[in-house]
Design a protein around this ligand. Structure first.
Ligand code: NAD
Length: 275
């Protein structure tokens, strides 16, 4: 079975399961992305700040996969928010990736202390109009940040990419986003390995029932909840494992029990504190 797609609020489609390259070393990126493409991933999530856009671009170019089959996301870093700086940062990302358009361009963090995310969003609107980004969205935005965009700009973000995993489900921002037609992308979908999610009894029990691994159970929980996910691994075997999640389904009860693992367990910084 193949990866389902989700239709965004601008009519473009995104593969619901992709591959993330946060903390993938620049000199290893080409090998790692080539491995991911060989497994079947077609959606790659990178960012200017990851320092590995060139490596991603090389792997894409070498793959000979038709551009129309790929879905590439990259992000505007905080210190480039503004008008000219954001246009320039976008051009640099495009150049490093060796692409003539990006599928999805995101504002990486609201950085509310700098108060430039509304101005930056207007740049993303122009970039989308020019066709150089098919879709535009945001990342790490909380309700007040989304609310400002809805009131002060014209285009509703296609996605909000937020930290989301069973211990940190962000019900408030998730509900607000969905009510406004904004899809949720869950970053750190496996909790970044920072807490023992794979030892939770509800996860290990479901793994036994379905003869799957705990990671596959957690990815399935995301997919069945409608989240877009791109778990990261440097290892080919795990890339394949994380992609092999379309031959089983969690029951309603299993989903509910995994959702009960919520404990406000953020693994990264609070969005208001990243500038
Ligand atoms: P993740 O939750 O995907 O965890 C990755 C870690 O989980 C791996 O390093 C590995 O240790 C472990 N792992 C992966 N597959 C496994 C398996 N099958 N079995 C056991 N362990 C396994 O964390 P992430 O990489 O931070 O998040 C995914 C992607 O989200 C990133 O690569 C990046 O693209 C994106 N992201 C975005 C932001 C943002 O601010 N927008 C922040 C962090 C991550």
């Amino acid at each position: 079975k193949s990866v389902p797609t989700i239709t965004l609020n601008d009519g473009h489609t995104i593969p619901q399961l992709g591959f993330g390259v946060f903390k993938v070393e620049p000199d290893e990126t080409t090998r790692i992305v080539a491995d991911a493409l060989s497994v079947g991933y077609r959606h790659i999530d990178t960012a200017a700040i990851y320092g590995n856009e060139e490596g991603v671009g090389k792997a894409l170019a070498a793959s000979n996969i038709d551009r129309s089959e790929l879905f590439i996301t990259t992000k505007l870093w905080n210190d480039r928010q503004g008008t000219q700086s954001a246009f320039d940062a976008f051009d640099e990302s495009l150049e490093k990736l060796g692409l003539d358009y990006i599928d999805l361009y995101l504002i990486h963090w609201p950085a509310p202390g700098n108060d430039k995310f509304v101005e930056s969003w207007k740049v993303l609107e122009k970039i989308q109009e020019s066709g150089r980004a098919r879709s535009i969205g945001v990342s790490n935005f909380l309700v007040p940040h989304l609310d400002r965009l809805l009131h002060e700009t014209s285009i509703v973000p296609a996605v909000n990419q937020i930290e989301l995993h069973p211990a940190h489900q962000q019900p408030e921002v998730t509900a607000f986003a969905r009510e406004n037609g904004i899809n949720i992308e869950a970053w750190g979908p496996l909790g970044q390995g920072k807490y023992p999610l794979f030892d939770e009894e509800v996860v290990t029990n479901a793994a036994e029932t379905h003869e799957k691994s705990p990671a596959q159970i957690v990815i399935r929980w995301h997919l069945q909840n409608g989240n877009i996910v791109f778990p990261k691994s440097n290892r080919l075997a795990r890339m394949a494992e994380n992609f092999d999640v379309f031959d089983f389904e969690l029951s309603r009860t299993e989903l509910t029990m995994i959702s009960a693992l919520e404990r406000a367990g953020r693994v990264s910084a609070h969005p208001n504190e990243v500038n």
